[in-house]
Ligand binder design. Sequence first.
Ligand SMILES: Cc1cc2nc3c(=O)[nH]c(=O)nc-3n(C[C@H](O)[C@H](O)[C@H](O)COP(=O)(O)OP(=O)(O)OC[C@H]3O[C@@H](n4cnc5c(N)ncnc54)[C@H](O)[C@@H]3O)c2cc1C
Length: 243
Amino acid sequence: MDWHFANLEYGCAAPLKEVSLPYWNQDDVYGGFGGAHCMIKGGYGTVLDHLFKGIDVRLNHVITEISYEVSDLNEIDGRPKKVRVRTSAGEEFSADAVLITVPLGCLKANTIRFSPALPDWKESSIQRLGFGVLNKVVLEFPNVFWEETVDYFGATAEDSNSRGHCFMFWNVKKTVGAPVLIALVVGKAAVYGQNISSEDHINHALMVLRKLFGESSVPDPVAYVVTNWGLDPFSRGHTPLLQ
Ligand SMILES: Cc1cc2nc3c(=O)[nH]c(=O)nc-3n(C[C@H](O)[C@H](O)[C@H](O)COP(=O)(O)OP(=O)(O)OC[C@H]3O[C@@H](n4cnc5c(N)ncnc54)[C@H](O)[C@@H]3O)c2cc1C
């Protein structure tokens, strides 16, 4: 059962105790996203590279303030005529309108100052929604030692508290063209895991794999990445959830 609970915690990006019982899966009513799960070769960035063609995109500009003058509203639709955006480097941009797509975690942490302030209904929605944590341990090995045809495989834990610590491994050999596994860290393990080192996460993933495949079959990884989205100042979490 713990494995299945961990799988749900992966879907909700939070320990189950933090998720709303009546509303945790309310998007199912709308059919969720149809079709098969897929992976984009090269990552989401490749989609953006295509969309960016011919558009002036400024990376590495940290927005600190978005403002407009309440005395300068359009008489027809009541919207501001000009919106100003300020960056941490002190630059200022002006536009007819601004679309904000920063993660919910950043809005909850008020990393951008809005002037005038956001309306109460919007601010209270931002604060009432939860923003869960989930992380990944990406390991590149010198060779494939797992069943190459599977998309993923699971591992059960002996202790319920760590049921989400590397409970599932994605085989991304087909997508990235190298012997790479991605281990998922979810639930309580994701919350507590934010405060343990990358090395500890890697050692845990290797311990789980060596239990599954045998000590001598699992070599040390040649490269790794361990995410920590909750502590990333530009994410501050992973997925919105109803608490
Ligand atoms: C671990 C993980 C696994 C995921 N798995 C999947 C999956 O399997 N399938 C799937 O479809 N989706 C998945 N997602 C979700 C997917 O990554 C998001 O749906 C998608 O990236 C959301 O895009 P976005 O543009 O809304 O937000 P983001 O990609 O988070 O982009 C927000 C941008 O805002 C920037 N930003 C934040 N603050 C500021 C600021 N003050 N000034 C300027 N810029 C700022 C950030 O740097 C970032 O570039 C996953 C996400 C994570 C973290």
